[in-house]
Design a protein around this ligand. Structure first.
Ligand code: HAM
Length: 425
């Protein structure tokens, strides 16, 4: 029996790789224009980092982590997101001594044991951005504006909506006051809520607001909304964030029920959503996490960031036909007929490739007709044919594939001939 890929993971085949390259290179471009520097992080960390960072009560930590004991009997987890690991590196390497805000980005695979469905995978990929050490609302607005700019450059901004909310903070006058009101209300209406909501009421009440089940909606729609409970400082921060967004012409809607699935958020949270991807409607999500760096043992630095789900972006991008990988397809096909000719042409291929040409070479076994058919399939501009006769005369035949016209070139001049403009693809 053949071995197939594990459920919930997927291959990115060459035909799709062009879109991935486009997303990643556009992201680098945009992030670097805003002063972000790349950081590359391990794929696994100590389990405790995520338990503490993302929150013991979250779905991610409770049921979605790939956790195992390594051979040193240490509990290890494949990263379900990048923020916790990035902050671990920030603290471990003392990056906080740099001038603030410290702007970092990273990209790569994340792992969550979720029920696979369209747009939801067990190994997926994120672009992740974090701005550390600055709590001003203008940073929140700038981070959101940069996210929108990324999608503008990908020609997708018009198909996405920016949703923002403020989750307040842990000041007793703020979110905790809302939490106790919310729990009281949810308990009072428990008989009209699903089992998961009843359980979340005790474990992670804010997340109850996120339940999409129709039977829960009537209760949840009348639940106490967080915005009425924000303390003065959080209200002001949110108002300022919106002001700056407006100053930058970023369109958004305020979604009071946007609560996010990770525990570390305070104040500004946001998502970029679409109606085109069914249930998995968030292309990106993020927010502020001012207490998290301290919680992980670092200085009391604030932070804000977001992650983009690359699979979901790629799904929105139109098929553009040949991707970058195909645009750089071979321009020259060297066809040695026999081993002596192969030995003569192999170094020619090396020289041309060193000059950045894409060169394909036949390895000498095939007949001329079969090789020319392959040259046609590859779509090369030129085929260079060297058989025993040509070798004996110190020559090569350069065939222009489109017209079929051929000319003879001294082997000694072959490289120069193929490099000159007009002499190659
Ligand atoms: P998140 O909302 O959990 O946030 O994930 C961000 C994005 O990753 C989602 O909007 C979605 O596009 C994509 N995503 C999440 N899970 C999956 C999956 N199973 N399959 C495919 N795509 C998925 C975070 O991860 C936070 N660390 C973001 C952040 C950074 N907040 C502050 N800084």
């Amino acid at each position: 029996m053949t071995i197939k890929a594990v459920r919930g993971v997927h291959d990115i085949l060459p035909a799709e790789a062009g879109k991935w390259q486009r997303v990643e290179s556009t992201a680098r471009h945009v992030f670097e224009a805003y002063g972000y520097e790349e950081i590359r992080l391990p794929l696994f960390e100590r389990t405790e980092l995520f338990a503490r960072g993302i929150g013991e009560a979250t779905d991610i930590v409770q049921k979605e982590m790939y956790t195992f004991e390594d051979r040193g009997l240490e509990s290890i987890t494949l990263r379900p997101e990048a923020t916790a690991g990035l902050l671990r590196a920030y603290i471990e390497h003392g990056l906080f001594v740099l001038p603030k805000p410290i702007r970092l980005y990273t990209m790569g695979s994340m792992f969550r044991y979720e029920r696979p469905q369209a747009g939801r995978y067990r190994q997926f990929h994120q672009l992740d951005v974090e701005a550390l050490g600055d709590d001003r609302a203008s940073i929140d607005a700038e981070v959101i504006a940069m996210l929108v700019e990324l999608f503008r450059r990908l020609d997708l901004a018009g198909r996405l909506q920016v949703e923002i909310n403020s989750l307040g903070d842990e000041d007793p006058a703020c979110r905790p006051r809302h939490r106790s009101e919310l729990v009281r209300y949810l308990r009072a209406n428990a008989d009209r809520l699903c089992e998961e909501c009843r359980e979340r009421t005790e474990r992670n009440p804010l997340r109850v607001l996120d339940c999409k089940k129709p039977e829960c909606r009537p209760v949840l729609e009348r639940a106490p909304a967080l915005d009425a409970f924000l303390c003065a400082a959080c209200s002001e921060h949110f108002a300022k964030t919106r002001d700056y967004l407006e100053a930058m012409g970023v369109r958004y809607v305020v979604s009071p029920r946007l609560v996010r699935g990770l525990d570390y958020y305070v104040r500004t949270t946001f998502e970029l959503t679409t109606t085109e991807l069914g249930a998995q409607n968030a292309v990106a999500g993020g927010g502020r996490y001012d207490g998290l760096i301290k919680l992980l043992g670092g200085p009391p630095d604030p932070g804000i960031g977001f992650a983009v789900g690359i699979e979901r972006v790629v799904q929105l991008l139109p098929d553009e036909g040949p991707g970058a990988w195909q645009k750089r397809r071979p321009g020259i096909f060297l066809v040695p007929l026999g081993d002596e000719a192969l030995k003569r042409l192999l170094p020619v291929a090396t020289t041309l490739r060193a000059r950045d040409l894409v060169v394909e070479i036949g390895h000498g076994q095939k007949k001329l007709r079969a090789e020319l058919e392959r040259a046609n399939k590859l779509g090369v501009a030129y085929a260079v044919i060297v058989g025993d006769a040509e070798l004996g005369r110190g020559e090569a035949i350069v065939r222009e594939m489109k017209s079929g016209t051929q000319r003879t070139v001294p082997l000694a001049d072959l490289v120069a001939e193929l490099l000159v403009p007009g002499g190659r693809a």
